[in-house]
Design a protein around this ligand. Structure first.
Ligand SMILES: [Zn+2]
Length: 333
């Protein structure tokens, strides 16, 4: 018995050696797939471009209306992320990153840039979205046409909060009704969106319009509407949990705050969502705008989260989005 055991141990050991030798000689395995549900296709605007230190909102400046407006972008880190300098550079960097990291993205914003990326990317890797934040942007008929022609698979980003409008406002209701009728998932911006918006940059912005409870009337009117709360309504965690509890089809994404607010705060927020039992309704997203290395920075937050199991990370990074957007899992194999 004892000899048998030694032999079998040696045998197992040899198998391990063989596998090791094999894996060293073969090409590196393709990384497990990742879906980023929140990517902006933006035109490069040098006037807005700036390097960025992740988690830069860790020390809000003391400010006073009699002094110059505060600057929130802390550039005091060893290796700030650099913005792309041209549309061509941005597209090349995004597509290269998607290929290397095995990423699929839900993308929206500038339609011309979106079409360019879509045409240059492998089929199925870019899921196009079109958002409505104010009825002035597009007629209901034009919106129905846009969704019906098949190019757009998602309604987003809808961000009426910046314009002082509630997503439950009746002026937007018919648009959401079309999404419900066509089975199109809807992404709605809720939560923060920078700092000093109400008195420095976006006078109509209201923090209270980012409260997840603001969705209740909309959801009551459209019981089959599939909504995901962008930015997880940060920092209104109790309201987020209560709303997702009351509405079985509401998901959330962790974009934006994942790379801007203090890292401990981000982890506490994500941990709370999962701890409250919503690990199957939380999706990974960046809120990518201009810094190509932001993808690695943000994925690293989830990969390094010690409170998440391997399966919980895979749910956030991939499985939950496959289910929410009703994607074909086989296309990722
Ligand atoms: Zn947003």
């Amino acid at each position: 018995m004892k000899m048998d055991k030694i032999k079998s141990t040696l045998f197992l050991f040899c198998i391990a050696c063989g596998l090791n030798a094999y894996s060293q000689s073969s090409a590196p395995a393709k990384p497990l797939p990742i879906i980023d549900v929140h990517v902006h296709t933006m035109k490069v605007n040098p006037a807005w471009s700036s390097p960025m230190c992740p988690w830069f909102l860790s020390d809000m400046p003391g400010a006073d209306p009699n002094e110059p407006a505060p600057f929130f972008m802390n550039l005091d880190c060893s290796d700030p992320l650099q913005p792309a300098r041209s549309d061509e550079e941005m597209q090349a960097a995004v597509l290269e990153t998607m290929e290397r990291l095995n990423m699929t993205i839900v993308a929206f914003s500038d339609a011309e840039i979106l079409h360019r990326w879509y045409n240059a990317a492998p089929k199925g890797r870019i899921i196009p979205g079109i958002g409505i934040s104010n009825a002035n942007e597009m007629s209901v008929e034009a919106f129905r046409d846009s969704l019906s022609n098949g190019f757009y698979k998602v309604m987003g980003e809808c961000a009426p909060q910046y314009q002082g409008i509630s997503p439950s406002d009746l002026s937007l209701d018919e648009y959401f009704g079309i999404a419900e009728e066509l089975g199109i998932p809807v992404g709605i911006h809720l939560g923060t969106g920078g700092n000093g918006m109400a008195n420095l940059t976006q006078p109509k912005y209201r923090a209270s319009l980012g409260n997840p409870f603001i969705l209740e009337d909309l959801l009551a009117r459209h019981p089959n509407l599939k909504v995901w709360i962008m930015h997880a309504g940060y920092p209104m965690i109790d309201e987020l949990i209560a709303l997702m509890g009351a509405n079985a089809y509401v998901y959330c994404d962790i974009s934006g705050f994942i790379w801007s607010y203090p890292l401990d705060e981000i982890h506490a927020y994500i941990k709370r969502i999962v701890q409250a039992g919503f690990g199957k309704r939380i999706m990974y997203g960046t809120d990518f705008m201009m810094w190509p290395k932001l993808f690695e920075t943000s994925i690293g937050v989830i990969e390094n989260a010690q409170y998440l199991s391997f399966n919980q990370k895979r749910d956030i990074l991939f499985n939950n989005a496959v289910r929410f957007f009703r994607l074909d899992e086989d296309q990722f194999k």
